[in-house]
Design a protein around this ligand. Structure first.
Ligand SMILES: [Zn+2]
Length: 288
């Protein structure tokens, strides 16, 4: 016999990953389960995505969307006792699983982290309540609405003409924190009141002391390791002065250097990152 509560809605029947919440839908044992433990996601011991039925019946689930029509649920665990699987960082999972699932796992981590860190009203200290059908909360005392906010960061692939008929050159930088051996792109968070384009120009000026022309939007990627809700927006640009050399501040960045597009270093960002997509697209366009 079929339980009417687990029939997929029209939205659920669409392919791919869709964020969203159907307030009337209840978790079913075969639905996708994304248990979160601290900053990590739990998969089964052999690395497969868990199912709701793998966890205890009294687990509290938060709907995070659907993947190819299958509802997906996140839960915030305080110990691994309820589900002794493999704890993975999002970067480790994203390097392995196909794209829609990587994004869904990132959303589960972001939503769970946001719910854990936004429990109380910042104005009157009352405990916030969930808004039915939304990933958002409201204060029952003063009425303040608390949506899940995204932080937006920009990153830019800056090129300049190569010398003496050589291919174009790409500016790559090394950061003082995080994976310090990687050659990455100039990046930074957008400030309140700033456009994406203004943030790109400011960050490039602050981090490497350059100005750019021909700024063009390339694409975006949700990113799940810098706290809840980060959206990366990628751009390409040309150095305004082809002879200008980058100057790093020594605090955020330790090195900045021009590399010929046919001679990039091996230590580049991982294949699932928009940093790498931008670098690869720049190489493809520049060496055509
Ligand atoms: Zn309040």
């Amino acid at each position: 016999m079929t339980d009417p509560s687990v029939q997929p809605s029209p939205a659920e029947q669409r392919a791919g990953f869709l964020p969203g919440v159907d307030p009337d839908r209840l978790p079913a044992p075969t639905d996708i389960a994304l248990p979160v433990l601290g900053a990590k996601l739990l998969t089964t011991a052999d690395g497969a995505v868990a199912r709701v039925g793998d966890l205890p019946a009294d687990t509290l689930w938060t709907p995070v969307g659907t993947l190819d029509g299958v509802p997906a649920w996140a839960t915030d665990l305080t110990t691994a006792d309820a589900f002794p699987g493999r704890a993975r960082r999002w970067t480790s999972l994203a390097a392995e699983v196909p794209e829609p699932l990587a994004t869904l796992a990132g959303r589960a981590l972001a939503v769970t982290t946001w719910r854990r860190t936004h429990r109380w009203c910042g104005a009157c200290r009352a405990e916030l309540t969930d808004q039915p059908g939304e990933i958002s909360r409201r204060c029952p005392d003063c009425g303040m609405y608390v949506p899940m906010q995204l932080s937006v960061a920009v990153l830019t692939a800056i090129t300049r003409p190569g010398r003496a008929g050589r291919p174009d050159e790409l500016l790559l930088v090394r950061h003082a924190t995080g994976p310090t051996n990687l050659w990455a792109l100039v990046a930074g968070f957008v400030e309140a009141g700033e456009t994406l384009e203004a943030a790109v120009r400011r960050e490039i000026g602050e981090e490497v002391g350059l100005t750019v022309d021909g700024l063009a939007y390339h694409g975006s990627q949700p990113w799940a390791i810098s706290g809840p809700g980060v959206l990366l927006a990628g751009f390409t640009a040309r150095a305004a002065d082809r002879h200008a050399e980058p100057v790093v501040d020594g605090r955020e960045l330790t090195e900045a250097r021009w590399f010929g597009l046919d001679a990039l270093p091996a230590e580049l960002p991982p294949a699932y990152s928009i940093s790498r997509w931008l670098i690869d697209a720049t190489v493809t366009a520049g060496l055509r």
